[in-house]
Design a protein around this ligand. Sequence first.
Ligand SMILES: NC(=O)c1ccc[n+]([C@@H]2O[C@H](COP(=O)([O-])OP(=O)(O)OC[C@H]3O[C@@H](n4cnc5c(N)ncnc54)[C@H](O)[C@@H]3O)[C@@H](O)[C@H]2O)c1
Length: 446
Amino acid sequence: MKIAMIGTGYVGLVTGTCFAESGNDVVCVDINQAKIDGLKQGKIPIYEPGLKELVLRNTENGQLTFTTDIADAVANSTIIYLAVGTPPAADGSADLTAIRNVVDAIGPHLTDDAIVVTKSTVPVGTNQYIFERLRALLGRDVDVASNPEFLKEGAAIDDFMKPDRVVVGVRRPEVGDVLHELYQPFLRTDRPFLVMSPQSAEFTKYAANALLSTKISFINEMANLCERMGGDINDVRRGMGHDQRIGFAFLFPGVGYGGSCFPKDVRALASMARDHGLNPLIMDAVDLVNNHQKHVLVSKIDQHFGGEIQGKRFAVWGLSFKPRTDDIREAPALTLIDYLIEKGATIQVHDPEASSHVRAIYGARLIYCESAMDALNGADAVAINTEWKVYHNPDFSEMRTRMNEHVIFDGRNLYEPERIAKHGFTYHSIGRPTVSEKPDHAELSA
Ligand SMILES: NC(=O)c1ccc[n+]([C@@H]2O[C@H](COP(=O)([O-])OP(=O)(O)OC[C@H]3O[C@@H](n4cnc5c(N)ncnc54)[C@H](O)[C@@H]3O)[C@@H](O)[C@H]2O)c1
């Protein structure tokens, strides 16, 4: 099939590349000239494991091309995917400016048999808006389908190639058949292809993200409570998760969720509820708990140092909102960095992939380190925000040598408290008792 992917960001680039990999002719379109020029030269604008190899292979064999010429791309394609951003507006609702601009831009160039498909996460009713707008522009009906995306950054290729399910919202079953054929190569293991109305498809995406966010805020609230009552949330989590009605997924306490999806989608769903006269009690609480949780390391640091942060040196490990991505949108690390800057600390940061994006915001206010160990030099404490593999099993004796004081604030519960204490650290984590350094000479010399 001939596909135009409008918007070549995290979703558009991954989706377009995977469709090209399965034998379609895909042209990825963007208004960002530098991004398109870079892609034409094989420069991948984001870090996503496995993406670069696939992009290079499919550009070399001609299945995947890049352009800023939306008119030409649309005129030569039968499936027009919309994958532009839908960022939050000031009131929390989804800002549909890019979607509206693209609909107006593609309208005049659509062929008679073109199908327009929204991949972007859009409020319920957006499909209907696009349908009516195109009818007004063209004087005829155009097929407009909804095909929300459930991929996770950091595992996007795998998620797209082996989806748990594919959801499409259509007005005519024939449009569902075309999309089924397009997805056939990814459904080999009998994954469900679910056809429903556009409204239900649009809502499914928000409802799914809302529940995942709710699970995270729930376990974070339990962790905070557990900590105050003297339990260990890891044990509680295990005790809960074996109940098949509950399970383990998305019940890891931490520094709160970030990224480009959960925060904005929870707020957009709350905004939709308000528009329909419903008070979104759960969504508002989930958002509130998360905003609070993004300050959890701030409170622990403040308490540990008695508010005396000025002049202290902090290592910050992990900047991206989760591992295996360079995405720092709404990343909890930024909340911590803002606080440390405000208090006059010196901040030495490390991240395997995201440092350049953080540098673009903070410039010379931070010290950017090539290695996790370098970030520890002379530090009074290290704060861990992202569970990158490189932080899972560090050389604790080298850490001790490099650091000035031996304090760890672990926002991802990477280590066993008793073991860390024996390595000679004071260890603060989430939902577990704080342990003070109890150096064990056998461990220290190990
Ligand atoms: N990132 C994710 O993990 C994820 C997962 C599922 C769904 N989504 C949804 O997918 C959509 C895209 O998200 P993203 O993270 O890829 O965003 P992004 O910001 O990475 O990419 C959006 C791209 O659209 C381009 N663009 C904006 N206006 C344009 C126009 N008029 N013409 C052509 N290109 C234009 C931008 O330059 C940018 O490259 C959002 O609605 C998001 O909620 C994202």
